[in-house]
Design a protein around this ligand. Structure first.
Ligand code: PMP
Ligand code: GLN
Length: 379
């Protein structure tokens, strides 16, 4: 059949996790925790199931959860959002991103992305008939070049897709980045899709959110995920915050893609947010500890560690170790070293020639990180 996504295969995450399982390698490739979520949250979920919260929720999400998300945003960003008209619960951030792109991008519209970018953005734009333009983030700082962004914006640009803290580079945007973005779009008919799934996982530098920019947020769809914030990637509960006019359009798509998100999980997360409101604020310290354990265990190895300001991903440069390209090097790591990683070139439209970077996920028990690092340090 005539493929609508002729250049898309199986994602690198599926491939690498399957290969890791087949070869018995420690899986630091696909981003997911190998430790359980808070027991109280798991108990709330089983109670929610047994107490009969098992039918469709309202299309927009359980009111108790939308209210709790509103409170979460007020606590972290001192912003008041309307849970009825501005918050929608989705089946993970993935669905939210797909809904946002489907509702905002018309055939022929241009969408600005940063290279490297998370894998689902571009196919979603293509399915909507849009065309992606990429602004390169240069290693090792991966900062946006705002002059280049300004040059790439055209009359056809309808959406700028941003992601902070950033997967795969681990960089975080600053206030001036949001201000530069605002200056570029303010006089044009352009919206912003801000993927903030790692919003609570940032270290040292203060990460910024579009929630904090009073003008930009009026043009923006902000996406997050409890998969990241509560170590529950398999529950697929995410949410979108957008002004009511954008929310109205996004919900038209959401109601036909999934209609609603698993009810018992929504109930459990809402109760947990209300009863343990400090949990999201503790996430950064929790992951900083893991990042530091991994970084220390790799000190003295032949890998060069890039800065990691946020997310649960650490980039390593292996140019002192091998001439292989990053995909071949990751295969070598699984086969010979017993550790699975993600080649960073897969996130690019135009991978920089000669760049030798791999991504490790440190959302793992410290003992796992130490064993993996010891194996890597033998190279
Ligand atoms: N955006 C980014 C940057 C991600 O890393 C991920 C997933 N890991 C997602 C979106 C999708 O999140 P979810 O699993 O909640 O769909
Ligand atoms: N976001 C996860 C990562 O970057 C992968 C999620 C998926 O497999 N789609 O590793």
């Amino acid at each position: 059949i005539a493929s609508k996504l002729p250049n898309v295969g199986t994602t690198i995450f599926t491939k690498m996790s399957a290969l890791a399982a087949e070869k018995g390698a420690i899986n630091l490739s696909q981003g997911f925790p190998d430790f359980p979520a808070d027991t109280r949250l798991l108990e709330r979920a089983s109670q929610a199931l047994l107490q009969g919260n098992n039918q469709y929720s309202p299309m927009t999400g359980l009111p108790i959860l939308r209210d709790a998300i509103g409170d979460l945003i007020a606590r972290h960003y001192d912003r008041k959002v309307d849970p009825v008209n501005e918050i929608t619960v989705t089946s993970g951030a993935s669905e939210a991103i797909f809904d946002a792109i489907s509702s905002l991008v018309h055939p022929g519209d241009e969408v600005l992305l940063f290279d490297p970018a998370y894998d689902l953005y571009e196919p979603a734009v293509q399915l909507a008939g849009g065309v992606c333009k990429r602004v390169v983030l240069k290693a090792p700082a991966f900062r946006p070049d705002w002059t280049e962004v300004d040059t790439l914006v055209s009359d056809k640009t309808r959406l700028v897709l941003i992601n902070t803290p950033h997967n795969p580079t681990g960089t975080c945007w600053q206030n001036e980045d949001l201000e530069q973005l605002w200056q570029i779009i303010s006089t044009r008919d352009i919206h912003v899709l801000s993927d903030e799934v790692y919003e609570f996982i940032h270290f040292q530098t203060k990460s910024v959110s579009v929630h904090q920019h009073e003008l930009l947020r009026e043009r923006s769809v902000i996406v997050s995920s409890f998969g990241k914030s509560f170590h529950l990637t398999g529950w697929k509960v995410g949410y979108v915050v957008a002004p009511s006019a954008l929310t109205r359009e996004l919900r038209k798509v959401h109601q036909f893609v999934t209609f609603c998100t698993a009810t018992p999980f929504q109930q459990a997360i809402a109760e947990h947010l209300n009863e343990v409101p400090e949990a999201s604020a503790e996430l950064a310290g929790f992951y900083q500890q893991k990042r530091d354990v991994l970084r220390q265990a790799l000190e003295g190895s032949r890998f060069t560690l890039l800065p990691c300001e946020g997310t649960y991903f650490q980039l390593l440069d292996y140019s002192a170790i091998s001439d292989l390209d990053d995909v071949a090097f990751c295969e070598h790591l699984i086969e010979q070293v017993g550790v699975a990683a993600i080649p960073v070139s897969v996130f690019y439209q135009n991978p920089p020639t000669g760049q030798k970077l791999i991504r490790l996920c440190f959302a793992k028990d410290e003992s796992t990180l130490i064993v993996a690092a010891q194996q890597l340090a033998q190279l």
